[in-house]
Design a protein around this ligand. Structure first.
Ligand SMILES: [Fe+2]
Length: 264
């Protein structure tokens, strides 16, 4: 398996706190059958305000540590370093000055959990015009999309693959998140799944349980697509098939929609 989204780079963000923790997480990934890790530390606006030089140095140090750990412990895993980029006005600077792309073509883009920009489609259009394809990180966790999944439809239909967090569909990230995750599977609107692992306790890896869940529910071929084939294409910079979807929430009852609105 390939894990396309996790926070194992030590002392960079709210993931692995130090080298020991990173090593435990790396070992756990290997144990669960992950052969390639794409390390995606958070990149927020505040990181850029401090200057891209500081970010670069922090990432380089973390990367060096992880490579040394992999070598010293003879871990059978390949490692690539990218980033999970929070949507922000600094995006052009990020794309110009930092190595955040996966496979030279894809950017793992996350949005605030509470609001998405009104002009989102325009922003995505501008990014794709540069030949860069945004992967929408864990859309199932974004409240506005939990309330109205239709708003996500256009992004997918513009060719953006979605990456769901495994914990979301296993039910460890709350009922609204789980519900939208299952809805997106039912509508064939999922292209990748990732661990988004931050630690070994509250936000563990779940790659193997995730693979098994997908396999049991939809078949091994589908589990392979989401955890092996599509992430492999992303790493190589090859196109991922993103078919048009219909996310009209007709399948959600009015009662569920109202409940969702009041819960958030
Ligand atoms: Fe993440």
């Amino acid at each position: 398996m390939i894990d396309i989204h996790n926070h194992m780079l030590p002392a960079v963000d709210d993931g692995a706190k130090n080298d020991d923790m990173a090593l435990s997480m790396l070992k756990e990934a290997v144990k669960q059958g992950v052969e390639h890790l794409v390390l995606t530390p958070h990149l927020y606006e505040a990181d850029i305000i401090k200057g891209t030089g500081e970010w670069k140095a922090k990432i380089e140090k973390g990367k060096h540590t992880v490579m040394e750990l992999v070598k010293a412990h003879e871990l059978p895993v390949e490692v690539t370093v990218a980033a999970e980029v929070r949507y922000q006005d600094m995006l052009p600077i990020i794309l110009e000055e930092l190595e955040v792309l996966i496979g030279g073509k894809y950017i793992l883009l996350e949005f605030s959990f509470h609001s998405v920009p009104n002009n989102l489609e325009r922003i995505i259009y501008e990014i794709t015009r540069k030949g860069i394809i945004p992967i929408i990180a864990h859309p199932e966790r974004i409240k506005p999309w939990q309330q109205d999944p239709k708003r996500l439809e256009e992004l997918i239909n513009m060719g953006c693959p979605t990456q769901l967090d495994i914990g979301s569909f296993l039910g460890s990230l709350g009922p609204n998140t789980e519900k939208l995750a299952h809805f997106l599977f039912d509508r064939d609107a999922v292209h990748l799944v990732g661990s988004d692992s931050h630690n070994l306790e509250a936000r563990p890896l779940y790659s193997k349980p995730g693979y098994d869940w997908l396999s049991e529910r939809y078949g091994a071929e589908y589990a392979d697509l989401l955890l092996k084939e599509n992430p492999g294409k992303i790493l190589r910079g090859d196109p991922v098939e993103v078919y048009p979807v219909n996310l009209e929430p007709a399948a959600m009852s009015m009662k569920d929609k109202l409940l969702n609105m009041f819960k958030s």
